[in-house]
Design a protein around this ligand. Sequence first.
Ligand code: GUN
Length: 287
Amino acid sequence: MAANIIDGKAFAATVREKVAGHVARLKEEHDITPGLAVVLVGEDPASQVYVRSKGKQTVEAGMNSFEHKLDADTSEADLLAVVDQLNKDPAVHGILVQLPLPGHLNEDLIINSIAPEKDVDGFHISNVGLLGTGQKSMVPCTPLGCLMMLRDYHGSLSGMDAVVIGRSNIVGKPMAQLLLGDSCTVTIAHSRTKDLPDVVRRADIVVAAVGRPEMVPGDWIKEGATVIDVGINRIERDGKNVLVGDVDFASCAERAGAITPVPGGVGPMTIACLLANTVTACCRANG
Ligand code: GUN
């Protein structure tokens, strides 16, 4: 059976269209323009690409984009001062500090200095707690994008067995909370999980978020399962630099009922959800 391909690129385009429509109405009816501030410390090439893409899509959706590029040796005090200024700025509705930060900066401290209502990443400890207790929160963008695709494909997820491979704060843990919120039976698997292939074989939904190229082979996938591949790994293959996910696409697609490709699956949904979170933050700030 050949799997259905879940087209994240097309889905993200529809999310961005909805966001742009919402932004246009906020302008027309309330004279408000949502604003997203992105803070980049240092010159990590991958982070620079992401930040540029976020800025471009923010502007394309009709919102204001504020970019703060700081030197790699910026002190914690100086970075905290930038965040504080953004917290106080009424034109800024969403704040994102691009991770990873240089090693001398305490990521938890910086993230928790962002006003929770402007934390469009959903990484602030208050938002983590709100999500974990099923209360209204800012939801991390990548897991939110995955959930939207799963709901779109399946309708209800109630009662499904879901296995999330990876326990990061950015993807694995919030993904598990979201699936639990939709009444899945959720397992979080990780590098120490015993009998990982058998654990994954039980799943109706597999979310792979480990950052290891093509780690999940097709024979771990239950016939007809839905596979969401969060990985974006650059590898050399046949002398070429290519992007691959955390699952072996070719063999998994033979057994899965549906699968997200890399690129063109989860990736585009992440920034689309960031834009949606910024509009949500703006609406909440303005009653
Ligand atoms: N670095 C990689 N992914 C992310 C993300 O979703 N948010 C932030 N702030 N940094 C990241």
